[in-house]
Design a protein around this ligand. Sequence first.
Ligand SMILES: Cc1cc2nc3c(=O)[nH]c(=O)nc-3n(C[C@H](O)[C@H](O)[C@H](O)COP(=O)(O)O)c2cc1C
Ligand SMILES: [Mn+2]
Length: 486
Amino acid sequence: MAAPSRDKPKDMRSWIAELEAASELIRIDKPVDPLTQMGSLLYQSREKALFFEKLPHGWRSLGQAPANLRHAAVAFGVSEEDLVPHVAAKLGTCIPPVMVNSGPVKELKLERGAFDLTQLPVHVAGQRDGGPVIGSGLVVTKDPETGQRNLSFHRLQIKGPHKSGILLYPRHTWRNYLKYQERNEPMPVAIFIGHHPLYYVAAATTAAYGVDELEIAGGLLGQAVPLVKCETVDLEVPAAAEIVLEGVIPPHVREDEGPFSEFQDYYVTGTGKNPVVEYQFMTRRKDAIFKNLQNGSEMEGCVFHKLPMSATIFRRLKSVGGGPNLHNVAMLPGVFGLVIQMTPRFYGEAKNLLLAALSSEYQHPKVAIAVDADVDIFNHSELLWALSTRVNPREDVVVVPGTHNHAMDASLPELGAPGTGLWQRLGSKLIIDATIPPPVDAEARAAFERIRPRNPQIRLEDFAAAASLPLVQGLAPIFFGSKLLR
Ligand SMILES: Cc1cc2nc3c(=O)[nH]c(=O)nc-3n(C[C@H](O)[C@H](O)[C@H](O)COP(=O)(O)O)c2cc1C
Ligand SMILES: [Mn+2]
């Protein structure tokens, strides 16, 4: 047992304090019904995190935190523009967790008769959802042969006081589950709810099979994650989580699960016969705060999709062709598309990067677009402008047919049902090179020099009255080369 780090570990409470200090959190002291009201409130709050202070059975809960990449930048302590390169660098620094004797999550130890999932403030996110779903549960499992730990997000539809559904996309938890199923044994699981967002980013990171995402969390946090042993399963969980559920996924059991408001902004995908989790134990803080998580193409769930995905792809692209001049990567809403911001060294280099971006650790990317450094990749009109003024479709647009795509992309034909080995989609991929000629061909590149006012240093706010400031704040950004002036 190692002594816990002297730095106070980051947890959901330090995160709430950080959000409040940055004026990014709204406290809601009116009673809110999670089944009929909370989803609408979370859905509307695209700018601010929400802290619900008055929920049934005395619960409090945090949602939309992070609501957007600006909040994620607060969590990492960097600017929004530096966020992806920063996280990409941090992903290269794993720190193994340390075991500790106890922690806040052990304050209450509740046996099967002493807890009831239907009393948690779990919300119904969308109109067609099959019921309340815990969207913030991070699932710890082990490979039964090697004992290697895995951590990932899985939606958990409440089915009774001690039972939920679970969606296992065919990745690592599914792979572990198949091994247990082959042995005819239930798979032990431990699920923690409520922690600092860096744990959530780590859980959504797609690493190689066998890599412990809690080591990735340590790297992101810059300190080892303190872990405690579970009470009824041979698994470990973060000591400073709010709530831990211990249970098993029985082999062969499949039940109707879904629909659910998913990350692409649709309900249909993944719905069908899926496994279930049976819970036998809960540990929690005495005054535990619940975590609600709303999904959708521009909701909290998508921040956790976008950030590790763009950072992982950024890392991968950094080595293509001996090291490109890569500035940033951003996922598009719905996360089946992405944009690469780069300065090409060679003619054709952007296409090489785009092909690499479409065959990374992640199965989601289907559309990849490359732009130069003078295009603001967070501004979708700038992207559409680049697509329409810098693309010769015959040369710059390529469709690769017959590729494996994400099984939850409703626009592609589904081969088999969810929960089976043939839950696959055979689709295609699209690359669009919207970069301009490389700097080595200065003459060709000059044709794309963007118009700029005669003296870009002169600022309207120095001339306009304070009353017209909102107008001034709506001004277009001005770039000098690749440097953003505002
Ligand atoms: C908000 C959110 C919800 C997710 N829900 C699920 C889910 O219900 N089922 C699933 O299999 N993966 C889900 N994922 C994706 C996995 O967590 C992600 O692919 C992760 O990298 C998988 O871990 P693995 O690489 O260890 O398999 C979700 C991701 C996020 C960000
Ligand atoms: Mn994994």
